[in-house]
Design a protein around this ligand. Sequence first.
Ligand SMILES: [Zn+2]
Length: 261
Amino acid sequence: MSIFPLKISKIFLYDEPAVPQIEINDLAKFLGREFQVDVEVRRSLFQHFETKDEVFEDLASCRIFNIRIPFEKHKPTREETGSEEQGQSGSIVLYDGFELQNIYRDLIPASEFSHNEFHLAFTTRLTCSYDSNDYRYHGRAVICSNPAIISTTGIIEAPAKPREYYLKIYEKIGQGLNLDRLKEEFRERFLDYNDLRLCKAARTYAMQAIFYHITGMPFCESKECMLYNAHWQEELIRMLEAGRLCSGHQAALDNYRKCSA
Ligand SMILES: [Zn+2]
């Protein structure tokens, strides 16, 4: 835990303009303080770097249409490519997170990886990964490695909502379901779109991505630690409320700072 083979020289954050709740400038200050490193905030990856039309076609080609089969490159329609270029539509589209990561990596010049710079991009695209244990894709809030990707849609959709919420949907579906009212009833128990708590969630997943980068291990067993791998929204909310690392990870971070001083 105390040995960090990698020392980050600079962090680049790429914003997702559709989600102001990330509060990217505050996140940059937080990470700068925690890791004692220079942090640069940039616009979205596609605004910051020159993005050719083929990139949007590539993005559309890593959409997932059948969650039961491993990734197969998809030949996108012109409409799909166009919607990538214009930003996301209202419906949720699934993407293979590792394919997406390859596209993101190709956009960043090699010179910006040469001194252990770390890149972290936010997106509304729902990143997913195929799990060969249960032969299906699962939504992911974070795709680690460099560049790392944090999906705001993944934060909302990947950890499961309380069982009672799903039961109430089934119960009420025949009697005129009012989803907004039901969401309001459960608002303390899961994060939703435009949720102000996304700011804390962004910090949490950014910590996971950076710890993975420097240690190769993103997750912690302690449910109170920011590095816990929450499978349930209620677990995630408990972590956000605690807003801290466990004593072991805090000591590791203190040590990292000492070594970089
Ligand atoms: Zn921990």
